[in-house]
Write a protein that binds this ligand. Sequence first.
Ligand SMILES: [Mn+2]
Length: 327
Amino acid sequence: MMTIRETAHWLNQHDHFLILTHRRPDGDTLGCAAGLAQGLRNAGKTAFILHNPETTARYLPYVKTYWAPEGYAPAHIIAVDIASEDLFPLNGKEYLGRVALCIDHHPSNTQYAAQTCLNAEKASCGEIVYALLLALVGGISADIAAALYVAVSTDTGCFAYVNTNADTLRAAADLTDAGAPIGDINRALFRTKAKSRVLLEAMIITNMEFYHDGAVAVVIITRDMMRRAGAGENEMDDVAAIPGAIEGVIAGITIRELTGPGDSKVSVRTTPLVNANALCAHFGGGGHATAAGFSLDASVEETKRRLLEALDELFPLGRRTGVPGQA
Ligand SMILES: [Mn+2]
């Protein structure tokens, strides 16, 4: 385990870096990679990011100029926001067991790298990269500030999640001072939706079913709905949060038809009254107490029936009304 100071010293002593981001990359891993790559370049180093084939369009502008060119032969591999080697990008197999430095904030980090700079108190890995760059070069440029603001704001749900603390806000204030265009970034990341996403949400809300006098909300998303809305995987971010955001809902259930009828994926979001992990474990899945999931080889309707049955059995919530659309 290395401190910020030791890690900055290590970066200063080495050169020719390749930075890895995690599978299904989010704003934190990509923002960290872009900020770190530019910071290392500002310190006179050669640094690139390994192309992550799962990067979505909203984050591409921040990282695409740093993708490593064909044939780049790095001397040192750095992983950012990657808790374990299972989370390596789809094209990152050749770097298994070869990471020299891992910068992370996940308490579950498996210490797979030769050196790890971990601070599990931080809401985002972006805050750690920010501290590192301050120690390495004493300040950051506006492009780095923008990338790190993407990291910090996305991992905190624009400073709304419970992981947000005073240090997070102080880091965000510093990044704003350093030139991060926070109005533009917030609008693009938190206040803009693809038209196909809005059309899909309209269908989701119209077809939502309520049970137990509104304590349970069920959303079904079929492949046909996605096709009619023109929505792809890019538009499915956080759909599971929709039913749980309704007042009075104790269990918000989202059932997605994946490859076809007979392949269902369930996400459950709950208040502490229902243990989502226990409910999903009943079907061989799991997760956290208030957010969990599982997959089932059954149609979406059959999955819904069995899930509501299990919910009744494990967490009796009273009379099931079964009236679709009842609020
Ligand atoms: Mn993160």
